[in-house]
Design a protein around this ligand. Structure first.
Ligand SMILES: *[C@@H]1O[C@H](CO)[C@@H](O)[C@H](O)[C@H]1NC(C)=O
Ligand SMILES: *[C@@H]1O[C@H](CO)[C@@H](O)[C@H](O)[C@H]1NC(C)=O
Length: 400
């Protein structure tokens, strides 16, 4: 390892250390470091992150909000959200699951028409039931500190074209066995919800970008039941056990078509496992930073294809958790099946004795359906501007 690189690493690790010694009182403090080093000139604001470079160099982001819809990369790149609809401003943090009042988040997300949903101030939204979204919606928290927390959180069921951007999602709880409205003309009794941060079920063209997630009852983001065409990017996740589940069960075969990109995320302190845990489909895990994991980072069963490129894996000091990967056994598996699953690691940076157990074929052809963008060199994640994953603090007429 070159001394130049070590130097960069020290700079990079500093904020992580700050995080671990000072547990955040307010979640926004936890990413205080991410927006330091604000860039003043548009010329020098490009970072090499293709999503951010698409919109963050524009001090007029507030008036040009919808440009974001054309900035996605990866399998979820066609998610246009509410781009082709009106802007809708949320003015109330109230929640009525059956008769939501105009100006509340639930009122907006169940509409039939496309909407680009923004907020008029900082808001802590404690939902009474899951927020069941209709298609063609963007929830855009830029400009304010928007938290969905301490109640049920977001449910994306049987819909398409959703963008969730710049929201804090934390301490999500189960609820359900209650009436919930899902469109202006329909409500029904919904069963018990899992307590996920975002639950994606039977849906496609979804993009989740620049959100901060922590400490939910079940998963931070779970993707199941034939969902596909999804990008999960630039998020900051910390303090959680089962982080992301992708694929319903070993014998649910429609998940064979699942294609998911996980890019430019920062996986921080106190994450235990499932970052993500995959079944059946195709997973492009690219240019993320993993800062420790208490059991494993990337795992799976039932023959998922995992294309890991340009990530930084920093193992913790615990000698028994150096392995990034976990090939899980499923019923009927004689213990050797995993050797056929295509899992590769290409250009990943392995630090503090982290190691990745590859399997299956080494040929590029095996990974075509798990390739969705060009990976940058892993070391560039550490040497360019400070990492800026998670919800951002954006002010009008300034670079965000
Ligand atoms: C989604 O659609 C499937 C198939 O039409 C249906 O069985 C299921 O109840 C729907 N799920 C939800 C949660 O709306
Ligand atoms: C190290 O990791 C293992 C496996 O997760 C765990 O059982 C053990 O308690 C950890 N040790 C320490 C000192 O944290």
């Amino acid at each position: 390892m070159s001394s130049f690189f070590l130097f960069s690493l020290v700079i990079f690790l500093y904020p992580i250390q700050t995080l671990s010694v000072t547990p955040p009182v307010q979640i926004s403090e936890a990413i205080g470091w991410s927006t330091t080093g604000r860039r003043l000139e548009t010329e020098s604001c490009r970072t090499g992150n293709p999503i951010d470079d698409c919109w963050r160099c524009d001090p007029g982001w507030e008036t040009n909000r919808k440009i974001l819809a054309d900035c996605a990369v990866g399998f979820g790149r066609n998610a246009v959200g509410g781009r082709d609809g009106e802007i809708y401003v949320i003015k109330s943090a109230d929640d009525d699951p059956v008769n939501p009042i105009p100006g509340s988040l639930r009122y907006a997300v169940i509409r039939e028409e496309p909407l680009w949903i923004i907020f008029d101030r900082d808001m802590i939204i404690k939902l009474k039931q899951e927020l069941v979204m209709n298609s063609h919606k963007t929830i855009d928290g830029r400009g304010f500190n928007i938290q969905i927390s301490n109640g049920p959180c977001i449910a994306i069921y049987n819909v398409s074209n959703i963008i969730i951007h710049n929201i804090y999602i934390h301490d999500c709880q189960p609820a359900g066995n209650a009436l919930v409205r899902d469109t202006p003309n329909h409500y029904e009794v919904r069963g018990r919800s899992d307590g996920d941060g975002i639950s994606i079920y039977g849906s496609k063209d979804i993009w989740i970008d620049h959100c901060t997630f922590s400490n939910c009852y079940d998963g931070l983001i779970d993707v199941v039941y034939g969902s596909t065409a999804i990008t999960i990017s630039n998020n900051y996740m910390f303090d959680h056990n089962e982080v992301m589940l992708m694929g319903h069960s070993d014998d649910f075969f429609p998940d064979k078509n699942m294609q998911i990109t996980i890019a430019f995320n920062f996986f921080g302190d106190s994450l235990v496992q499932r970052i993500p845990r995959c079944r059946h489909g195709y997973f492009h895990i690219v240019n993320n930073i993993y800062s420790g994991w208490e059991m494993y980072a990337i795992g799976g069963s039932a023959n998922p294809t995992i294309n890991s490129q340009g990530n930084v894996f920093i193992a913790s000091n615990n000698k028994s958790t150096k392995e990034v990967t976990k090939h899980e056994l499923s019923s009927g598996d004689d213990g050797d099946d995993w050797k056929k699953w295509n899992w590769r690691s290409e250009g990943d940076l392995m630090l503090n004795d982290a190691f990745f157990t590859t399997s299956g074929q080494e040929t590029p052809a095996a990974y075509i359906k798990a390739s969705s963008m060009v990976a940058r060199p892993a070391a560039s994640l550490l040497t360019t501007t400070p990492p800026s994953a998670g919800a951002l603090t954006c002010q009008k007429n300034q670079l965000c």
